[in-house]
Design a protein around this ligand. Structure first.
Ligand code: SF4
Length: 189
């Protein structure tokens, strides 16, 4: 495998908990094998905030809950040949998308923020304000799966996906051998 030219990958965390990036580290010692196949460009793993070159594979954790998430995701789509949604938040919105269920209010986003910052049972917010700094990215009306914003080529399921399925999928994609997931890798009981 190490004789192939190195591919270039990038990763991003959008509306997620970083658990999927932690799962990448669960590849454990096989990371050494993986690093023989790839160089890492823009990623929290390298702390590079911008693309330095076009990438073969982009890996996205989390869905889109704000305008910055959308811009980052679109930037990844423009700069990556293959885009992977990693984990349930990227695939279907996951836990952050629970706020999509607040539909009974006339202003569901307002109701959600009020409960999170002011009225929630365990909230102790003496200012009674919702954070509203202009530097904060604007929230979207709902949390969107990545596939509703850009075209996604592959989805790796799990919350978080196992290190095994991440390594197996990447190794096979990088060597042109990916034919789908092994059944035992997508059993979660
Ligand atoms: Fe975290 Fe699970 Fe979402 Fe990954 S899929 S970002 S582990 S909540």
């Amino acid at each position: 495998m190490s004789e192939l030219p190195k591919a270039r990958i990038a990763t991003a965390s959008l509306a997620g908990c970083f658990g999927c990036h932690m799962a990448i580290l669960d590849i454990d010692e096989r990371l050494i094998e993986l690093m023989k196949l790839v160089d890492v460009d823009r990623s929290p793993l390298t702390d590079k905030k911008r693309f330095t070159e076009r990438c073969d594979i982009g890996i996205i954790e989390g869905g889109c809950c704000n305008e910055e998430n959308v811009h980052v995701l679109q930037d990844f789509r423009r700069n990556c040949d293959v885009l992977i949604a990693l984990g349930q938040c990227a695939i279907m919105g996951g836990l952050p998308a629970m706020r999509n269920a607040i539909m009974h209010s006339d202003a569901p986003l307002r109701e959600c923020l009020d409960e999170a910052y002011i009225t929630g049972r365990y909230i102790r917010n003496t200012t009674h304000n919702v954070p509203n700094d202009p530097a904060l990215p604007l929230l979207l009306d709902e949390v969107y799966p990545c596939s509703q914003v850009v075209e996604i080529d592959y989805q790796i399921p799990g919350c978080a996906p196992s290190g095994d399925i991440i390594f197996d999928t990447l190794a096979k994609l990088l060597t042109g051998k990916f034919r789908g997931f092994e059944p035992e890798m997508i059993k979660f009981d």
